[in-house]
Design a protein around this ligand. Structure first.
Ligand code: IPM
Ligand code: MG
Length: 371
């Protein structure tokens, strides 16, 4: 029997292409694993009314971790319009299956390293080496939303001293998405950032929020961060507002190190950081819980490139590296990163985004050859 059982969810569009690329590299590494493929994504929403079928959840429960590629998401009404005829008008509501997985498995920490590899023509500045820790289960992604607003929620809103300006708005004309933070959630993500900094000799942890305006939620995050920072002498806590941080990251990206933020701000900041190091073709991520983890490249399913083997597999290969680290295969992880870095530096085998004409799989083969 293989040492590890890994669920593989290629999902939609180019998810299938980059999963094939990942397998080329994993086979070469000879990871002692059994890979079990599962269903997720748009096809299953349209056919079954559920993009994350129960059998897939069960599959994940029976494995050590999951390698996930990409899914297509669409807004509520567009999603409903694509349901199979017999599923229409049944009140089914599309929810992103990756957001669902994060909540279902309590994958509270989203780790997104953004490193500028030497020789990558797409990087914004040489030497950038950022890592984003995004809270992954609460905040604006809590999934607690209303439209129209029910009476009991309305009553709670009306009882707030700042609610007078909404008196004339009807429940039908009001929508609410709850930005819910817990102390535990804030502590977990801040601690993940500091622990990483400690382990990897990083000097600063920047907490990115907006407590001057969003006093209670962002405020809770910053207050907890100050307490936790006191336990880590030698690592400085920096506090920035999310809007200013977008400017600072463009102006002085080399000044920063470990970044910590809540769910929505972390989502935005991690796309920005991804672009600084070459775009979504280089942005890897890990959704980590206490017992389980789902590894996914940050990019989407890019439907227009589906099945063309055009997109850059580097984000997926760097994601495999994160998975190997989590499985405690530190040597394989390091070797893989070196192979990736060497292929980038050599510049001979490149996908279109890097100015080349190689396919997704040729890039993966080039990395595998170096291993
Ligand atoms: C990400 C993505 C997802 C998110 C989408 C696909 C739901 O943007 O992983 O950053 O918003 O978290
Ligand atoms: Mg995102």
């Amino acid at each position: 029997m293989a040492k590890y059982k890994i669920a593989v969810l290629p999902g939609d569009g180019v998810g299938v292409d980059v999963t094939e690329a990942a397998m080329i590299v994993l086979d070469k590494i000879k990871l002692d694993a059994e890979y079990i493929y599962g269903d997720i994504g748009w096809e299953f929403w349209c056919k079954e009314g559920n993009p994350l079928p129960d059998r897939t959840v069960d599959l994940l429960k029976s494995t050590d971790c999951c390698l996930f590629a990409a899914i297509t998401s669409k807004p509520r009404d567009e999603a409903a319009a694509e349901l199979a005829p017999e599923l229409k008008d049944k009140g089914l509501v599309y929810r992103s299956p990756i957001v669902g997985l994060r909540q279902l498995f309590d994958l509270h920490t989203n780790m997104r390293p953004c490193k500028a590899y030497q020789g990558n023509p797409l990087v914004y500045k040489e030497g950038i080496d950022l890592i984003v820790f995004r809270e992954n289960t609460e905040g604006l992604y809590s999934g607690i939303e209303w439209h129209p607003v029910p009476e009991n929620v309305r009553a709670a809103i009306d009882s707030h001293p700042n609610a007078k300006k909404f008196t004339d708005t009807s429940n039908e004309d009001m929508a609410v998405s709850l930005r819910l933070f817990t102390r535990k959630g804030c502590q977990r993500i801040v601690r993940a950032g500091f622990e990483y900094a400690k382990k990897h000799g990083r000097k600063t942890v920047t907490v990115i929020e907006k407590p001057n305006v969003i006093r209670e939620t962002s405020g809770l995050m910053v207050r907890e961060a100050r307490k936790i920072a006191a336990e880590y002498p030698g690592i400085e806590l920096w506090e920035t507002n999310v809007d200013a941080m977008c400017m600072w990251l463009l102006k002085n990206p080399l000044d920063y190190d470990v970044l910590v933020s809540s769910n929505m701000f972390g989502d935005i900041i991690s796309d920005l950081c991804g672009q600084l190091v070459g775009g979504l073709g280089f942005a890897a991520s890990a959704n980590i819980g206490d017992e389980y983890a789902v590894f996914e490249p940050t990019h989407g399913s890019a439907p227009k490139y589906a099945g063309q083997y055009k997109v850059n597999p580097m984000a997926m290969l760097l994601t495999v590296k994160l998975m190997l680290e989590w499985l405690d295969k530190k040597d394989s992880a390091q070797t893989l990163e070196q192979a990736i870095a060497a292929v980038i530096a050599e510049g001979k085998v490149r996908t279109y985004d890097m100015g080349g004409s190689n396919t997704t799989l040729e890039v993966a083969e080039a990395v595998a050859e170096r291993l």
